[in-house]
Write a protein that binds this ligand. Structure first.
Ligand SMILES: *Cc1c(COP(=O)(O)O)cnc(C)c1O
Length: 402
């Protein structure tokens, strides 16, 4: 075991232990699309191992960049360490990762049924509801999972904290209800810093690496932490569908991991302050923030409130759209988890493809809190909220808030 097993130390040193031996101090970036083969026999053996979902054999070859890339493998082992998982498999996007997980557990093994608990990321909801992967989905509540499982159920999908209203789902309970069926948890909002789904029995912890893992708004990627067994199911799907992460993206993701714990704690600290400030305003009908939820899962499953907040505006869509368009420090944009703050309207954007009955209401905004000074973020939101149009039902009096 490496010296130092605190999360912060792992984040800085994971998958860098061979640097001295290599004579480098930063992650080597390998952009090769193909690799020399030592000889025909060993080339063939390497190909066979890779196609079966195993790493290239020692003395073999990486063969082809769609099958294996050392820079990607390095990011994967660092992420696996952070999730205390055997393996991690990286994909070209969060949706590519989810697609591979679904295919590997359903159609690739003669099953077609998927169970999913809403709310989910809009893209996940859309992928499942559209059936484009040849699957059939049952959306249900956690309490209903056990009764919805069928002989051909291949996968249960949950997201916690869930998008956009940050509900917490009890992972261990989902795992118990799913019985033999593997459970995938979308861990994007929590990151390995705040939550490790595998420790609660999940088979896979999925991240849209585009969000907190990247953290700087310049990478698109996805990654799944899992057991060796599950990795061997996912890698062949990744290879045949061509969904591997680009090495440059892997380089940037590995570069960003050392600051992940620090970013999460600093962003979370600001988010907690902002959530309290928002809750004290009377033009905010509801603040959705795990740190204020009083959920028994806080601490035991989720180790901090995180840096995502959703708010319901008392003055409806008109006020919500005004605020999203008026803030200056908060960029009006989809995505989340970066060092800069973002604001977006889920019903109009990220959750637009979701069926109307499951779509978030039009008075909700989602905020991703970055690293700006909290007072500046408060001033920005304050200006936008104060100038928002008031609905006719709004009570009279001073609405300027704190
Ligand atoms: C963004 C996101 C995804 C999809 O990831 P991409 O990298 O955009 O493909 C999946 N789940 C959650 C929770 C997300 O926020």
């Amino acid at each position: 075991m490496m010296l130092g097993d605190h999360l912060e130390t792992i984040a800085v040193h994971a998958a860098r232990d061979d640097f001295a031996e290599l004579g480098v101090h930063a992650t080597p970036l390998d952009l090769s699309s193909t690799y020399p083969l030592p000889d025909v026999a060993r080339g063939g053996d390497s190909y066979e191992a890779l196609a079966a979902g195993s790493p290239p054999p020692t003395g073999g070859s990486n063969v082809y960049a769609r099958l294996w890339n050392p820079t990607v493998a390095r990011f994967e082992s660092a992420l696996a360490r952070l999730e205390s998982a055997d393996q991690a498999i990286a994909f070209s996007s969060g949706m590519a990762a989810l697609t591979a997980a679904i295919l590997a557990h359903t159609t690739a093994r003669g099953r077609r049924h998927v169970i999913a608990v809403r709310p989910l990321y809009g893209g996940t909801d859309h992928l499942l509801a559209s059936g484009v992967l040849g699957t059939e989905v049952s959306f249900c509540e956690v309490e209903e999972i056990a009764s919805v499982v069928r002989a051909d159920t291949g996968l249960v999908i949950v997201e916690t904290p869930a998008n956009p209203t940050l509900e917490l789902v009890d992972i261990a309970r989902v795992v118990r209800s799913a019985g033999e069926v593997p459970v995938l948890v979308d861990n994007t909002f929590a990151t390995p810093v705040l939550q490790n789904p595998l420790a609660h029995g999940a088979a896979m912890s999925l991240h849209s690496a585009t969000k907190y893992l990247g953290g700087h708004g310049d990478v698109v990627g996805g990654v799944i932490a899992c057991s060796e067994e599950t990795a061997e199911l996912l890698r062949p799907i990744r290879a045949i569908t061509g969904a591997i992460l680009h090495p440059w993206a892997a380089y940037l993701l590995h570069r960003g991991l050392p600051t992940l714990p620090l970013r999460i704690s600093a962003q979370q600290e600001r988010a907690a302050r902002l959530a309290d400030w928002l809750a004290a305003r009377d033009d905010i009908a509801e603040v959705f923030y795990p740190g204020r939820s009083g959920s028994p899962l806080m601490g035991s499953q989720l180790r901090g409130g995180g840096a995502m907040i959703a708010i319901r505006l008392r003055d409806g869509y008109a006020a919500a759209s005004h605020v999203a368009q008026t803030t200056r420090l908060f960029t009006h944009a989809v995505s989340l988890g970066g060092v800069d703050s973002l604001i977006q309207h889920p019903a109009a954007l990220t959750h637009r493809p979701v069926a109307p009955e499951a779509r978030p209401s039009a008075d909700i905004l989602r905020l991703s809190i970055g690293l700006e000074h909290v007072d500046d973020l408060i001033a920005d939101l304050s200006g936008a909220l104060d100038s928002a149009p008031r609905a006719v039902h709004a009570p009279a009096g001073d609405r300027s808030g704190a």
